[in-house]
Design a protein around this ligand. Structure first.
Ligand code: URA
Length: 195
């Protein structure tokens, strides 16, 4: 079994008890699927978004709606396939009406799933998309995305590059190149960093 197969097996074992997770209120608020994540289990670059939207909840995969299409386009332009990276969210269940996850929901989901996904995948770089993702990852609700985007932060030993959420770019297309530059920066740094 190679590293990729082994890590996939560990991820499957991690997810199995949580297929119908009820550890936070989002479990009873109309979710269809727990959207664990998708992509290369041995990826050097990992993306973390906010939470599943309607399309993701219906299909059980992250970033498959309008934001996902934009993310795919930017990944391709940077020279990446979706299957090169691992994509997940800070919460794995859709918040009702696409509201921002509550800090308590993010903290619960992170402690059960995200922390363990990161331990298994061991990316060298994490790119967070939007404010909820970086606030949840580094446990700081006061962080302003406009002030820290593009900077290299640390989570454990991993470089973290926070950037805008693709949904924000769909509403503010003039920031498209900023999002692209941050994704490209994250990709280049992940290639340079040894595991
Ligand atoms: N927005 C997110 O934050 N995550 C998804 O999976 C889809 C849209």
């Amino acid at each position: 079994m190679n590293a990729k197969q082994y890590k996939q097996k560990l991820l499957d074992q991690l997810y199995a008890p949580y297929i119908k997770c009820m550890q936070c209120p989002l479990g009873k608020l109309g979710r269809t699927h727990v959207v664990f994540g998708d992509g290369n289990p041995d990826a050097a670059l990992m993306f973390i978004g906010e939470g599943p939207g309607q399309d993701e909840d219906a299909q059980g995969k992250p970033f498959v709606g309008r934001s996902g299409k934009l993310l795919n386009r930017l990944l391709e332009t940077a020279g990446l396939e979706r299957s090169d990276v691992f994509i997940t969210n800070i919460v794995k269940c859709r918040p009702p009406n696409n509201r921002k996850p509550f800090p308590s929901e993010s903290a619960t989901c992170k402690s059960i799933l995200l922390i363990n996904q990161i331990k298994i995948i061991r990316p060298t770089v994490i790119c967070t998309l939007g404010s909820a993702a970086i606030q949840g990852l580094i446990d700081d609700q006061n962080i302003k995305i406009s002030q820290i985007r593009g900077k290299v932060l640390k989570y454990e030993n991993i470089s973290v590059i926070p950037t805008y959420h693709p949904a924000y770019i769909l509403r503010n297309p003039k920031e498209l190149t900023t999002l692209f530059d941050d994704i490209q920066h994250a990709f280049k740094l992940s290639q340079k960093t040894k595991r």
